[in-house]
Design a protein. Sequence first.
Length: 405
Amino acid sequence: MIKAIIVDDEQITRKGLIEFVDWSHLGIDIVGEATDGQEGLELCKKVQPDIAICDVRMPKMDGIELAKAIKSILPQCKIIFLSGYSDTEYLKSAIKLKAVDYIEKPFNLVEFQGLLKRTVEALQQEKQKYLEEQRMKMKMEKSIPYFKNSLIESILQSENIDKYKIQEGLELLNIDFPLNAKYMCCILKSVNKNQHKEILDVVNKIGIKKCMYFISGSKDDEVILLLALKYSDCFKNINSYGNLILMTLNNMQKLSVKGAFGSIVSSIKELKRSYEEAQEAIKSKGYKAKNTIIIYDPNKDKSIIRDIESYIQDNYQNNISINAIASAVYLTPQYLCKLYKKETGETVNDYITKVRIEQSKRLLRDRRYKLYEIADKVGYNDANYYARVFKKITGLNPSEYRDIN
């Protein structure tokens, strides 16, 4: 039902309207009446009507002043003025206040009911329009993360980026992101999964300070930030920006997060490389990366390879596994194998075998050791298996190698 109040200092007018108008048929509920403008204003504050039917001339506060006060607190409230005076100035004031209408006393009941009907229809249309706008807003708000993620994916996966389509996507999402700048990618990962929303909320609230534009979204277990750098020297702020995000997440949300930046690239097409570098950087830190931000360093990979090989050289005589090596250098087993193969061209197991065979060659020169003892000293429990591996690598079996050397 539409709520309405009647404000008039004449009791006969108020009671007559309440009694003779078929309010329920019009879908209107009279929720109060008042005898002057001040009383009417207090009633408005209390019941918040959709329609206020007001006399123009009243004691304490006239209808025009009352209407102004109502509009300041209830902008959508419709005002209908009643008056026994044909006053041009009042009519002008009513028009300025966007009153629905102005009707003179004594008024025609049929005409008045027609006015009320039009007012109810206008309110219903406005309400429907408001609801549609709210529904559309809710749909858009739910869809924005999807569109952002799609935009990020198209930038990171497309070999031939269509800048016009990217620009259309940016305009649709109302994102200010230049297409001719320096760029870099940042990845944030929560130690606990399913916390993308919390991370994105913090990232978006902090915004980009001073010299960066960004697009934020998520993919699998990653929160992704694509950064456009306004100035050539603004990379100085990047690390502090990343640390600010992590600190805020840790302090406000109690989230344990690790993050990494890829290198700065000179075109939007190269953001894919920066993204892949950020992935490598975050993997290379592994389980030590909690609450830290890493900036990609291509030389770090060589340092990690040295750590892997040093561990193997120190432990080749034991029954070492990929998992044990990965744990020692704080990498996942999968990433360790991928990185080692990429950097050396051979597998981790190839290197273990190489070290073991080289060490066994040294021991074979000492005839005090029997072959099964040598096999055991270099990490092989089965002497026959050791012999097969030795021959595969050197072309000789261990006994032949010993005789020659």
